[in-house]
Design a protein around this ligand. Structure first.
Ligand code: URA
Length: 237
């Protein structure tokens, strides 16, 4: 890693602004490799330097990856134009890092949402060419049967020139209201809702349970989040 200014390195953690770092340095609270930094402009290799603030080691990470259990009523955007957005659920230090959601869920869809500041990984996961599987648990009105399964598997024509790639419908229960797991390999606007609608069903609950190798951690209550484990991060990459 190329050497970078101390204020940039420390501000990249999201814990302090650059001007706060300057103040901390002036007050002698920042040590670099055991020596008090004389200026926030000093440059260090972020992968090699040991930085402490008030004696506490600062973990410098290039990127952050969070798993959020998105609740209903929150938009997967980074600005608040349409009401509360997913960044409003995170502490300030993450918001400052410029995290963004990888792909979108409808306002009323709940479940797994990955947030990161790693643009290259987000691009890979969203690239239409990569066909990353997304799995949803859906509750719908009306019965589900083998014809529905076949229609999903065939690749549905949603109109407007959009034909879905083959998708998997696993029926979990069927009745006046039914439950299913749906796996799609793309992420078109309202895709799962539109696919069911095409089969005459209304989706009244939709939860994303997996994205590629990443599964929603069921111990996260709606609105809760955690950082990905090292193993999850590795699987994604
Ligand atoms: N498909 C939908 O219809 N909505 C979502 O939020 C995600 C997939």
């Amino acid at each position: 890693m190329a050497a970078e200014r101390l204020d940039k390195l420390l501000a990249s953690t999201g814990r302090w602004s650059r001007s706060e770092v300057k103040r901390l340095v002036r007050e002698g609270r920042v040590l670099a490799n055991g020596h008090a930094a004389a200026s926030a402009e000093e440059k260090y290799d972020g992968e090699a330097v040991l930085l402490t603030v008030d004696g506490e080691e600062v973990r410098l990470r290039r990127f952050v990856y969070l798993m959020l259990n998105k609740p209903a009523g929150v938009v997967s955007a980074t600005s608040g134009r349409d009401g509360k957005n997913v960044l409003d659920l995170l502490p300030e230090e993450y918001r400052r890092r410029g995290l963004f959601p990888v792909g979108r869920l409808d306002k009323d869809t709940v479940g797994l949402l990955l947030l990161t500041d790693d643009g290259a990984l987000a691009h890979e996961l969203l690239s239409p060419k990569k066909h990353v599987d997304k799995q949803y648990y859906a509750r719908v009105t009306g019965e589900l049967d083998g014809d529905d399964r076949a229609a999903f598997a065939e690749g549905m024509d949603l109109g407007g020139g959009f034909r879905c790639l083959p998708a998997e419908l696993r029926i979990l229960s069927s009745g006046a209201e039914s439950e299913a797991l749906v796996t799609v390999r793309e992420g078109k606007f309202h895709q799962v809702r539109r696919m069911f609608s095409k089969r005459g069903k209304y989706v009244f609950y939709l939860q994303r349970v997996a994205m590629g190798p990443l599964r929603l951690d069921e111990s996260l209550a709606p609105g809760e989040w955690r950082e990905l484990s090292a193993a999850e991060e590795k699987m994604l990459k």
